[in-house]
Design a protein around this ligand. Structure first.
Ligand code: KG4
Ligand code: ZN
Length: 336
């Protein structure tokens, strides 16, 4: 198979959960990043795996074509096809994986598998300013909450993660309990901005080392709602969201502060869907100013799931000639 050594042009596909996305990256520069969010899940109050795979199947050709058109490239200019191998929902991953394999086979170009969580971290290399190595990344999404030590683009170590729910789940489940619908994170963020974060107190979990736990705070909100009743919740919704969100933010900041101090690292980044949270972004900036950290926060379009981050990770893998075989299959629990 001939390798394109002049220009590296990669088409990347992301289909790990409920976003069908495709992006084109040209010598490390993002030319397009198309994201189709599946609204079908809203009426079910959460992602229904079977419906997610069907929606990916319906949308993928349209989304890939849109990414190619927006990038103004021809298919025969592509150097490689990249795809998310995991972690994620098996049925959803299968759609992107199969599509990428067929595309690469048809064009006789390399196939590159990407770890979704590694890609969230590497989203920081799409635009300036880029973090310097080694840096610490607080990776917070709907399925993960991790503190990652990033030694180089493809060398990362998970220092700690959640023992139960991810912080994104703590947002989404709280929103469901409060009757705010799905996805809940952005809704809580919106109401929290209008409320008093000191109004109510929720417990902050004490976990060893760099690990997290969010199931306790979620349960405490359930008891709070049962105790005070629906009318009170409606009346004080802003304050409840602000106080609950503040508890989650404090938990995250305590751990990243501990890691930064113990590892003596002042280059700090956040990544993943929850890094779109305005309260978290502001609180981290305040902490960064206090601790004299260089803080890196991705552009909103690269926080939640997108193929741009998959394309960025694939560019690094192409440089190292890390290609996959045609026998590759999805890994729903793919670890960094
Ligand atoms: O990274 P992502 O798009 O998908 C996964 O890999 O899981 O993250 C999705 C998560 C959801 O839990 C969603 O509620 C949360 O990110 N999220 C937010 C905000 N925007 C998305 N959480 C809090 N505040 C937000 N503004
Ligand atoms: Zn994600």
């Amino acid at each position: 198979m001939p390798l394109n050594t002049q220009n590296i042009v990669i088409l990347a596909i992301e289909s790990s959960c409920d976003e069908t996305s495709a992006a084109v990256i040209y010598n490390g520069k993002m030319l397009s990043n198309i994201v189709a969010s599946q609204i079908i899940h809203e009426q079910h109050g959460g992602v229904v795996p079977e419906l997610a795979s069907r929606a990916h199947q319906q949308d993928i050709v349209r989304v890939v074509n849109a990414a190619i058109v927006e990038a103004e490239i021809q298919k025969n200019e592509l150097s490689a096809i990249a795809f998310t191998r995991g972690p994620g929902l098996l049925g959803s991953l299968l759609v992107g994986t199969s599509f990428a394999k067929a595309f690469a086979l048809g064009l006789d170009i390399p196939l590159i598998e990407i770890n979704h969580m590694q890609a969230h971290v590497l989203a920081h290399f799409i635009d300036e300013p880029r973090p310097n190595f080694p840096f610490l990344c607080l990776t917070v999404s709907g399925g993960h909450t991790q503190i990652v030590l990033v030694k180089s683009p493809l060398d990362m170590e998970v220092l700690g993660e959640t023992a139960d729910d991810a912080v994104g789940e703590a947002f989404d489940k709280a929103a469901k309990m409060l009757g705010l619908g799905y996805p809940g994170g952005p809704k809580i963020d919106q109401y929290a901005a209008l409320g008093n974060p000191e109004a109510f107190e929720f417990p902050i979990s004490e976990m060893p080392s760099y690990s997290f736990s969010f199931s306790g705070v979620k349960t405490s909100l359930l008891y709070f709602i049962q105790k005070h009743g629906q009318d009170f919740v409606t009346e004080r919704l802003n304050d409840i969201c602000a106080s609950y969100q503040q508890t989650l933010i404090t938990t995250l900041i305590r751990k990243i502060r501990k890691a930064a101090k113990e590892l003596k690292i002042k280059e700090i980044a956040i990544a993943g869907g929850v890094s779109a949270n305005k309260g978290l972004r502001n609180a981290l900036q305040v902490e960064a100013d206090k601790q004299r950290w260089s803080l890196y926060i991705p552009d909103f379009q690269y926080c939640t799931d997108n193929a741009g981050m998959i394309a960025m990770a694939a560019h690094f893998k192409y440089l190292e000639k890390e290609f996959s075989h045609q026998q590759v299959s999805p890994m729903p629990r793919f670890q960094i």
